[in-house]
Write a protein that binds this ligand. Structure first.
Ligand code: NAD
Length: 425
């Protein structure tokens, strides 16, 4: 099959590389020329486990990246994977979706009419976006009717840090479409992957992504609320959740109490669902509470820190872990950003270390002192905050002796040394 992928970020690049690995011929369109050149040279502009090996195996062979849309006219299927970042009022900013739909339509204008194309929205978009915005844009710009172009929604559920594995081993593949012919073509793109396929309507597929992410966010805020109560009672919330999660109605995932959820998806998707509900005259109190807990949770670390070392003015605080989770260099909405900003506003000096995300954080917070190892960050620090569950932090112990004193506070449960205190344990 010939497949085009629009957008070469976490979802687009991983999808493109995995479709190439499944044996398809893939054209990736990425408007950022530097990213496009890096991809063609076999160097992923982002870090993901296993991505570099797969990209170098397929770049220049059955995977080519372009800044222009011309090549998509040869494609059977075109997956839209552009970003849908949060807008100022909680609604997602859909400008990349609109502009990519228009570009797809223009590129398909000159194709011969015997060819059938399917345009698939993989980006996360509010219910109604594909029907009301993507389909009309593509049809208007292409001058074609919908008997020549089919449309589907195929939400992506991959986790950053595990993206390649998740793409190849999904729990389910959701395909929202109006016609079987379209669904069959999208399903064929995934042939070779073993997973249940769920066919739905177009808007239902869009909603499935929001409902899934809102549930995961709810589990995290719930675990944090229970954790905050446990902390006051001297109970280890991890002991509690280990047993709670064994209930098959609940499940063990996303019950790790800590500083809350970050990343490019959960915060923006829950905010988008709240905004959508309010547009419809609903008051989504549960979702609002989920966000409220998430906003307050990282600040509990600062309260604990002040209890231990007093006024933060002039203190050197080591922050270990900057990415929003382990095994990625993505710092979007990372709890480390919130915590470091608070530390700086209180006059603290921050020395930070992350195995992968120093560079991406430097673009947001240049005033931080970035270190090349945990030991360097810890040297002479008044206290340490552990923010990300990087496996290499698990065995830190004697490195903490480099600090003025061993004030070690964990926002994520990862350490095994003595003297550590957890945010809710
Ligand atoms: P990203 O910001 O990492 O990548 C988007 C890419 O699209 C960028 O490289 C950008 O330059 C490119 N782009 C923007 N406009 C373009 C255009 N008109 N034509 C071609 N390229 C264009 O975003 P992402 O994290 O990959 O997310 C993409 C979508 O997938 C979002 O809707 C997101 O919510 C959803 N999603 C993300 C994840 C995740 O873990 N990151 C998981 C599931 C779903």
């Amino acid at each position: 099959m010939r497949i085009s992928v629009i957008g070469g970020g976490y979802v687009g690049l991983v999808s493109a590389v995995c479709f190439a690995e499944l044996g398809h011929s893939v054209d990736l369109v990425e408007i950022d020329r530097a990213k496009c050149d890096a991809i063609n040279a076999g160097h992923p502009p982002i870090y993901e486990n296993g991505l570099e090996e797969l990209l170098s195996a397929h770049a220049g062979k059955n995977l080519h990246a372009y800044v222009e849309y011309d090549h998509i006219k040869y494609s059977d299927i075109i997956f839209i994977c552009v970003g849908t970042p949060q807008g100022p009022d909680g609604h997602p900013d859909l400008s990349n979706i609109i502009s990519s739909s228009e570009s797809i339509g223009r590129a398909l204008r000159d194709t011969d009419d015997t060819r059938y194309h399917v345009v698939v929205v993989k980006s996360t978009v509010p219910p109604g976006t594909t029907e009301k915005q993507v389909i009309p844009s593509v049809l208007r710009q292409s001058g074609k009717k919908n008997d020549k172009i089919g449309f589907a929604v195929n939400p992506e559920f991959l986790r950053e840090g595990m993206a390649v594995w998740d793409f190849m081993n999904p729990d389910r593949i959701v395909i929202g479409c109006r016609e079987n012919r379209v669904g069959d073509l999208v399903e064929a793109a995934y042939s070779g992957i073993k997973a249940p396929v769920i066919r739905t309507g177009i808007a239902a597929a869009e909603m499935i992504k929001y409902a899934s992410n809102a549930f995961l966010a709810t589990k995290i805020s719930y675990a944090n609320e229970i954790g905050n109560i446990c902390k006051k009672l001297g109970i280890d919330v991890y002991e509690v959740m280990r047993a709670v999660g064994r209930d098959s109605r609940i499940g063990p995932a996303f019950l790790n109490a800590g500083t809350g959820f970050g990343g490019s998806c959960l915060p923006k998707d829950v905010s988008a669902l709240i905004a959508l509900a309010e547009d419809l005259g609903e008051n989504p109190v549960l979702l609002k509470s989920v966000m409220h807990i998430n906003k307050l949770q990282p600040l509990r670390l600062i309260d604990l820190l002040i209890k231990r070392v007093g006024d933060l003015d002039g203190k050197k605080i080591s922050v270990l872990g900057l990415s929003f989770k382990e095994n990625t260099d993505d710092v979007r909405e990372s709890r480390s950003v919130v915590v470091i900003k608070e530390l700086i506003s209180r006059g603290a000096r921050v020395s930070a270390y992350d195995p992968r995300a120093n560079q991406s954080m430097k673009r947001i917070l240049p005033e931080v002192d970035y270190c090349s190892s945990a030991s360097e960050s810890l040297t002479d620090a008044d206290a340490c905050l552990v923010m990300t569950e990087w496996p290499e932090f698990a065995h830190l112990d004697k490195e903490f002796d480099l600090m003025k004193s061993r004030v070690i506070i964990e926002g994520r449960r990862i350490l095994s040394c003595k003297d550590r205190e957890g945010i809710c344990w």
